[in-house]
Design a protein around this ligand. Structure first.
Ligand SMILES: NC(=O)c1ccc[n+]([C@@H]2O[C@H](COP(=O)([O-])OP(=O)(O)OC[C@H]3O[C@@H](n4cnc5c(N)ncnc54)[C@H](O)[C@@H]3O)[C@@H](O)[C@H]2O)c1
Length: 400
């Protein structure tokens, strides 16, 4: 039986570990967060898309366990790296976790192990950063190491597109690494497509999320345009969406959030700047996105005749509907902006529950204004009564 080590047990690594274990491998989740390791071994899932029962069943059957110990790498024939690749304090790619994980893997690597990078990286990282560390730390030669890149496309809370039916792209350092990677994913992914080089696959992932950033920023600018012109942008989008070709709807919001779309385009723009290539579309889209919360602070201020002392309830503060994930949520600069302007801000989000030493406030009519960032399933806004409501995003039939 194949033993697979999945490094990083978060939104990407845990679903991969579960899918691989359900396909018949013995999977070890390697994680630096000790409380998460304990939680997993007790059969409790830290991510919404994986149930406690799914973990508990695999743990009980002996097909899955979690550990902090990288020594398990030496017993694994496949190692998949799913650690965070965020931005540093100066908004540059931060490879600290990837380099740390790769170093620990290298120290335990035996010849013939397939190492797959799933973390999002800029072009050249697998070949020029990961491979030299693996060679140096393991003492192996390049020909002893099978290295591949296959970006994760998981969309947390998406019930239609899952790890099993979302096509996966793969690239290998060598044809052998590529073949082994295709064989691994074909065990639990319905469609696996090969790319001709590691760099093509790395850049394709960044293109996908830059495409989303640019289009979401574009529709957010169109929303502001429609607002000024007295048009309901949601009706405009619904009307344009009837075109069966050449148009794809994107929807307005207070701004993009999550671990991918605000970050991955910065990786691509960084790579472009390093290479002396242009990235002006990404740069402008970032700026439009960053300005979006301030637009709603201004809109609220105009509606209420100033914000000083006004009681405002922000509804749905996670980065998107039906998740509890606060990473890069645009609700955070929105709340900060409202407070800076003197408003007393409460928030309601039953999925987040508690954040930043604050807790979710009940929906009620005790506010001067309600600002809806996300409407999770089951949230009933009728409790706010006649309080004015600003929808920052798309709700069919509502003005933006
Ligand atoms: N979340 C998404 O929707 C998504 C989608 C596609 C791709 N990605 C990419 O996948 C990668 C992982 O993202 P995520 O959302 O799963 O992050 P996450 O924060 O949910 O999980 C990462 C896990 O890795 C652990 N970790 C950190 N450093 C480690 C180390 N050195 N060794 C072992 N474990 C370590 C963390 O404790 C955490 O549990 C990122 O590159 C991200 O861009 C994420």
């Amino acid at each position: 039986m194949t033993t697979v080590a999945v490094i990083g047990q978060g939104y990407v690594g845990l679903p991969l570990a579960v899918a691989s274990a359900n396909a018949g491998s013995t999977v070890i989740g390697v994680e630096v967060n000790t409380s998460r390791v304990d939680q997993l071994n007790e059969g409790k899932s830290p991510v919404e898309d994986i149930s406690d029962a799914a973990i508990a069943e695999l743990v009980t059957a002996g097909n899955y366990s979690a550990t902090t110990d990288f020594a398990i790498v030496s017993d694994s024939s496949i190692v998949a790296i799913c650690v965070p690749t965020p931005l540093d304090s100066s908004s540059k790619p931060d490879l600290t976790a990837l380099i740390s994980a790769t170093t620990s893997i290298g120290k335990n690597l035996k010849a013939g192990t397939l190492v797959i990078i799933e973390s999002t990286v800029e072009p050249g990282t697998t070949r020029n950063v990961v491979l030299p560390i693996l060679i140096k730390e393991s003492g192996l030669s390049e020909s002893d190491i099978d290295l591949a890149f296959s970006p994760e496309r998981i969309d947390p809370s998406n019930k239609k597109w899952t790890i099993a039916n979302t096509p996966k792209i793969v690239a290998g350092l060598t044809p052998k690494a590529l073949d082994r990677t295709i064989e691994f994913y074909s065990g639990f992914v319905s469609e696996v497509t090969k790319c001709s080089s590691l760099e093509i696959a790395e850049t394709a992932k960044l293109l996908e999320n830059s495409f989303r950033l640019i289009n979401i920023s574009f529709i957010n600018e169109i929303a502001q345009m429609c607002d000024v012109m007295g048009l309901n942008v949601n009706e405009v989008i619904d009307a344009a969406s009837t075109k069966p070709y050449g148009f794809m709807p994107f929807y307005p919001s207070v701004g993009i959030g999550g671990h991918c779309i605000p970050i991955d385009p910065v990786y691509l723009a960084h790579a472009a700047k390093q290479a002396g290539a242009p990235s002006s579309m990404i740069d402008l889209a970032q700026k439009i996105n960053d300005d979006r919360p301030a637009y709603f602070v201004d809109k609220a201020s105009k509606l209420l005749g100033g914000l000083s002392g006004k009681k405002i309830l922000v509804v749905g503060i996670a980065y998107k509907p039906n998740v509890a994930d606060m990473r890069e949520s645009a609700a955070l600069p929105l709340i900060a902006g409202l407070r800076k302007a003197g408003a007393e801000v409460s928030w309601h989000d039953h999925l987040v529950g508690a954040w930043n030493s604050e807790v979710s406030a009940p929906l009620s009519g005790a506010f001067d204004l309600v600002l809806v960032v996300n409407k999770h399933d089951g949230v009933d806004l009728s409790a706010v009564g006649a309080t004015p409501v600003i929808y920052t995003g798309y709700v069919k039939g509502q003005s933006a």
